[in-house]
Design a protein around this ligand. Structure first.
Ligand SMILES: [Zn+2]
Length: 79
């Protein structure tokens, strides 16, 4: 009965290392291209693959350019 699911009661506490999903949303002006395109984590800038966590939408504009972007971060680390 092998299971790959993580039991939250036995998983190690992540208190010492802030998770990417806990990092406050940046300003739309500070996003890297890949971050604004939803391809990189907005906290650590790693390329996202599967399991990315949707963080919401950041807003901004620069002249006539709309910088609004849907942003994502890494899933919780698998330990
Ligand atoms: Zn990350």
């Amino acid at each position: 009965m092998a299971s790959t699911r993580v039991d939250p009661e036995t998983a190690p506490a992540a208190a010492e290392a802030p998770r990417c999903r806990d990092v406050p949303l940046p300003s739309a002006h500070g996003l890297a291209w890949d971050q604004a395109a939803g391809r990189a984590c907005i906290a650590c800038n790693r390329q996202l693959t599967t399991g990315a966590v949707y963080r919401g939408r950041v807003f901004g504009e620069q002249g006539v350019h709309n910088l609004d972007a849907d942003v994502w971060c890494c899933p919780d680390p698998v330990t």
